[in-house]
Write a protein of this length. Structure first.
Ligand SMILES: *Cc1c(COP(=O)(O)O)cnc(C)c1O
Length: 451
């Protein structure tokens, strides 16, 4: 039998069954494997730190969400939010599952095309579409969601120059009970701006009004805002039928469903408080089914769900760099991944687990990343097992936004792997090297002369 490593004894007050300031019972079940692949072997083979995605989790989460909506409503479509995670392999899994692409820049638009998405299955959102972007989207028959009047006027010009009649929608912002309301994107519902835009489009023979779009916010922890949003969208659609006898083809409710992560300061874990896909679906669909649509023209319901579909499928594994005591005696662990790789640690209290069995000993610990920067804090204070230098860890639920918002800051970005349904591991993004960066740089000749 292996000799157990020495552990310094600690005295801890027992509070059986009582919530502590860290919420209810704190457990540190280790995550030793992901989809049957040992974390230690992943780190050995692909380096530390390492992003790991589970194809199985992506597909099962998507199917659960799709079923929640399609069992309640006859005509449902998901469109994958590229900015949430635009690793090509991840996007292609969603496309295989039937998702269209939802993009918010010319770069993302081209990424979707290169991923094999047909132009007429790309939804082009966002406030910054260049004229060239609009021309390309018109040529490809994409769904262009107009954000503001300047874009509307430019698009009318672009449409006139081409023979095409682009399919458009407007993005609508509204008071859906979320404060501060996101009113910087799209046309406002309450002050009549949305109708101004709709009237302009309906009286323009160069544009085809195909749908209505909204995206009321992100990480929305209640279903009520969706009920309000669906009500206002349906009202506009019914108003268009009444005034113009025009039947829009779709209502796009955007994204924003909360993932199971825990927001900073949340008392209960997100996994206990987040509404289910069924809850969100019920709120939205019950409104649409009740609305006064002509029965032959029930609009397609589009969802642009991002974080709730991918967060659970992503893991960040790594190694403890060091442990130390802060000046006030608090224990601190330094990990080899920080806010450079885990942008979402600014919002979430991420769930960090040991990646090998540990004893029950825990202590209040600050968890830092490796950067030489004061802001590099993953958890300011959490009850954490006594991991040592060299011990592996796993951070759960990191699939949304981290591989798009990560920074090449102080360190290089690591490998990303995908574990497929038969537990085969594939590198889906190679680690960066010094050459990756130097490739983009050039030095004026006179600076190459050494003194
Ligand atoms: C970011 C974004 C989404 C995805 O939002 P989530 O909160 O990740 O679900 C969907 N639609 C639009 C327009 C977006 O900007």
């Amino acid at each position: 039998m292996d000799k157990k490593p020495f552990e310094r004894p600690v005295i801890k007050k027992l509070n059986a069954g009582m919530p502590s300031k860290f919420g209810l019972q704190v457990r540190h079940e280790p995550i030793t494997e992901i989809d049957g692949v040992p974390v230690s072997s992943l780190l050995e083979r692909y380096g530390s730190p390492l992003f790991i995605y589970s194809e199985k989790t992506i597909r099962s989460t998507f199917r659960e969400a799709f079923r929640a909506f399609s069992s309640r409503y006859p005509n449902v479509l998901f469109s994958w939010s590229y900015k949430t995670n635009y690793l090509n392999a991840i996007c292609k899994i969603f496309h295989q599952e039937g998702s269209w692409a939802e993009v918010v820049s010319g770069f993302e638009y081209k990424k979707a095309l290169e991923n094999g998405v047909k132009g007429d299955r790309i939804i082009f959102n966002g406030p910054d579409k260049s004229r060239a972007d609009l021309q390309l989207a018109v040529k490809n028959g994409s769904l262009i969601h107009i954000d503001h009047f300047d874009e509307l006027y430019e698009l009318i010009e672009v449409a006139k120059e081409s023979d095409a009649k682009p399919n458009v929608a407007i993005r609508i912002n509204m008071d859906a009970g979320i404060y501060p309301a996101w009113d910087r994107f799209g046309f406002n519902y309450e002050n009549g701006e949305a109708w101004d835009a709709l009237n302009r489009i309906m009286h323009c023979e160069n544009l085809e009004l195909a749908g209505l779009h909204t995206h009321i916010g992100t990480y929305i922890m209640s279903t009520e805002p969706y009920r309000i949003a669906a009500t206002k969208m349906a009202e506009l659609a019914v108003g268009l039928e009444r005034k113009f006898h025009h039947h829009i083809r779709y209502i796009d409710i955007g994204g924003g469903f909360a993932s199971k992560n825990t927001l900073k300061g949340g008392y209960y874990p997100g996994s206990d408080t987040t509404p289910s896909f069924e809850d969100y679906a019920e709120a939205i669909v019950s409104v649409l089914m009740k609305a006064d649509f002509h029965p032959d023209h029930l609009p397609l319901l589009i969802l642009e769900t991002g974080r709730a579909l991918i967060d659970d499928a992503g893991y960040l594994a790594g190694t403890v760099v060091a442990t130390k005591r802060l000046a006030d005696g608090q224990r601190a662990s330094i990990l080899d991944a920080g806010v450079n790789l885990l942008f979402t640690s600014f919002w979430y209290d991420h769930d960090i687990r040991p990646a090998k069995p540990v004893s029950d000993q825990t202590e209040e610990t600050a968890i830092f990343g490796p950067l030489c920067m004061n802001i590099d804090v993953i958890r300011k204070s959490t009850i954490f097992p006594l991991l040592k230098k060299g011990d592996p860890y796993v951070i759960r639920r990191v699939g949304a936004y981290n591989n798009t918002q990560w920074l090449q800051f102080i360190t290089l970005r690591p490998n990303v792997v995908l574990i497929d349904n038969s537990s085969q591991v594939h590198v889906i993004r190679r680690e960066e090297t010094l050459e990756t960066l130097n490739d983009l740089e050039s030095t004026p000749e006179h600076l190459n002369v050494h003194k």
